[in-house]
Write a protein that binds this ligand. Structure first.
Ligand code: ADP
Length: 359
């Protein structure tokens, strides 16, 4: 059994942010989380010193990895900053402030040709469901596809794909993603419990997402689908800024309020110069399984009108369909569970448009 004491002893050989005080005495170390052979912690430091801090982060990681029984160490750099209101709580029209992410530059992800973000202005609109099915449909188009679940506070991919395993760590200490239906899938939900992630502060989450992007054996992939955390706050902006994005897909329900949030999503990606691949209307209409009549519960067509109005492509509609939720709850997204269903056909149409747009 690994103990915190062992970790702290190992870290005593690593100088902290000032270059001399040992890390455990520097006051910069977060709580250390140990789960099996996995060790996760963060170091708080001034982002202005980013070059030197990365060397310290690596040294800390090396020191911990050297302890017998440690098979994965996730050390993140966090920057203390004054709290900022989330973009979604600012008066509308006021842009989110652009600030650099924690000590990382915008660099490509090794072995991944294109990255697309699937985002929504708020939670509960079906973003993760869409990301999972879109990824499967894109894989059906002959692409090698992976999914990164970047929603650390509410990871959905373990449930959507019925995955419970732990990712292996390779000889070169890189995390190997899990696989399902031909997709490579990585989620913080595979590494730590949801309760553990819940107590993390924003900068630590940002650091963890960066490691899932860059220290996972993704290659070779034609396309990595990033299921973004819901919303358009600073965390989302920082993440969008740190990746070279081939484009962003915005998921919205047809309601006016959801569309206002979706517009914020479009604004956010425009700000970081990521092409908007388009908007998907989810829960578009409801076809009654008994009488076959269509009911527009949330007012169908809103996203298409909004897309036209703000000048971005409209990618398609996915109806409200019980089978979609059921298949997700059972751990097989509908594109894999019912490849011949009309909903799967709708996802495939959207996937073809996305594929065409990123060419
Ligand atoms: P988000 O990622 O935006 O928070 P989820 O993808 O987790 O949303 O979806 C929220 C809930 O809505 C889930 O229970 C999911 O199964 C359900 N859901 C999503 N899209 C549909 C749809 N088109 N029809 C029926 N249920 C849906």
């Amino acid at each position: 059994m690994l103990t915190k004491k062992e970790i702290i002893t190992a870290l005593a050989s690593v100088p902290g942010p000032d270059g001399k005080t040992p890390l455990p005495d520097s006051g910069a170390l977060s709580d250390i989380m140990i789960s099996g052979g996995r060790v996760v912690f963060s170091i708080t430091a001034d982002p202005a010193q980013s070059g030197r801090l990365e060397a310290m982060r690596l040294a800390a990681e090396r020191a911990v990895k050297g302890i017998a029984g440690v098979d994965m160490a996730l050390v993140t750099l966090t920057a203390e900053r004054p709290a900022q209101p989330a973009a979604s709580t600012r008066p509308s029209g006021q842009p989110a402030r652009m600030r650099p992410g924690p000590a990382r530059a915008r660099t490509p992800i090794v072995g991944v040709s294109h990255v697309i973000a699937v985002a929504s202005g708020k939670g509960g609109v079906g973003k993760s469901t869409t990301a999972a099915n879109l990824a499967l449909a894109l894989s059906g188009e002959g692409l090698r596809v992976g999914i990164l679940d970047a929603d650390i506070y509410g990871p959905s991919m373990p449930r959507l794909f019925g995955l419970k395993g732990r990712p292996e760590v390779t000889q070169t200490r890189v995390i190997r993603p899990l696989e399902a239906h031909g997709l490579k899938i990585m989620s913080m939900g595979f590494l730590v419990s949801e309760e553990t992630a819940m107590v993390w502060r924003g900068p630590m989450v940002a650091g963890a997402v960066q490691q899932l992007l860059r220290e996972v054996a993704w290659e070779p992939l034609d396309l990595l689908v990033v299921d973004m955390p819901p919303g358009t706050g600073d965390a989302q902006l920082t993440l969008a800024q740190s990746i070279v994005l081939a484009g962003a897909v915005i998921v919205s329900t047809p309601q006016d309020l959801a569309l206002i949030d979706a517009r914020r999503g479009v604004e956010m990606f425009r700000k970081v110069n990521a092409p908007i691949l388009g908007i998907i209307e989810n829960m578009s209409s409801f076809v009654c399984p008994n009488c076959g009549a269509r009911h527009d519960i949330f007012g169908h067509g809103g996203a298409r009108r909004e897309a036209t109005r703000i000048g971005v492509p409209f990618l398609g509609e996915i109806p409200l369909e019980l089978a979609l939720r059921e298949s997700s709850d059972e751990g097989t997204p509908i594109v894999a569970a019912r490849p011949d269903s009309p909903i799967t056909a709708a996802y495939r149409d959207i996937a073809r448009r996305v594929k065409e747009a990123i060419k």
